[in-house]
Design a protein around this ligand. Sequence first.
Ligand code: PMP
Length: 412
Amino acid sequence: MTMNIDAIRNDFPILKTICAGRPAVYFDNAATAQKPLPVLEAAFEYTVRSNGNPHRGAHIFSLAASEAYDGSKETVRRFIGAKSVREIIYTRNTTESLNLVARSWGETHLGPGDKILITIAEHHSDLVPWQRAAEKTGASLEYIYVDKKTGHFLPEDLEKIDDPAVKIFAFAQVSNVLGIDFDPKPLIARAHAHGAAVVLDGAQSVPHKKVDVTDLDCDFFAFSGHKMGSAGGIGVLYGKERFLEEMEPFLMGGDMIDRVEEQETSFAELPMKFEAGTQYVEGAVSLEAAIRYVEAVGFDVIRAQEARLVKRTLEGLQEIPHIQIIGPADPVEKEGLVSFNVEDVHPHDVAQILSAEGICIRTGHHCAEPLHRYLGINASCRASFWFYNTEEEVDYFLEKLKGVRPMMGYGE
Ligand code: PMP
């Protein structure tokens, strides 16, 4: 699979930022991706030509805003394979989407004796809301653990999915630390066999691979625009219509109502029931443009480039002594990111040394503190890619990484 990498990189002016005498190497895409010019232009165009409050006025700008907002939803619906735009709710990000489910579904459907099942690999945004739901409802929170070496779910723990007390099973399609795609479809079917609801966190899958929520058959699916090139502050919650229909609204106020009396209110139809207040239309326009951009590049091209980068990184890391790779070391098992540690050197020192060379990686617990503790580490380094990264960047990163231990006073 080939692509014109120079043309693509030209769409991302930030990649030309000079740092340490060369264009900065941006390997923190799992945290947030850079935004291409066509996406920025789409939001700018909307703002200078069409800005208005959607769904609220009869004038041209309100109508234009409504059209932009509603039109973007159709693009999102098609992009993730949902059946209806009634199933697409805009939120601020994955975190808000998951909170919405934990609050509006969790707090009204769970009680003592029920189990919420998540995995030890969850990001805090798919963990803390469930802790809270458990505390509030008396349900218990259970974990599926991973094999500390391979990063895959322990087969004996997968049996927890079959427990009829499990009312909801929430997990990330792709782990933001291990980089594994957990192949959710059979796990979803397994939970459905006894009627449990399934929530899939798609924050790290949607930017890298084609997702079809109808095929996966998940009941809820959450992702963030900013990890796939859109403006920050716009995210998506997909929910099956029959779930969303009977759920309580999350936030109350304007736009989400049907009729308001002094003492009671009836709520708007889906999806507006879950979209209180003036919505982020620029964000919706930006997300739609990001989807179009990603589709124009093509997931086959994106995946091929990321596979090359991951392979080169893993092979290079394995040639450097004193590097511990977190999760599987087989490139086919990594979706666009590699986490690792350098023996004796704190990840923050690694990041600082690399930053001085113009390389941006992420360090810390990556909002997955329980996973790190379970693996017996406090923190890790993570290099995460998108299709605009190059093998030359990977080589530069590996070369500078080799110098980290000597610089800290250790042998190679
Ligand atoms: N889930 C996963 C797997 C993530 O990687 C992230 C972001 N690091 C989130 C959820 C949260 O995304 P956001 O901060 O956009 O809400």
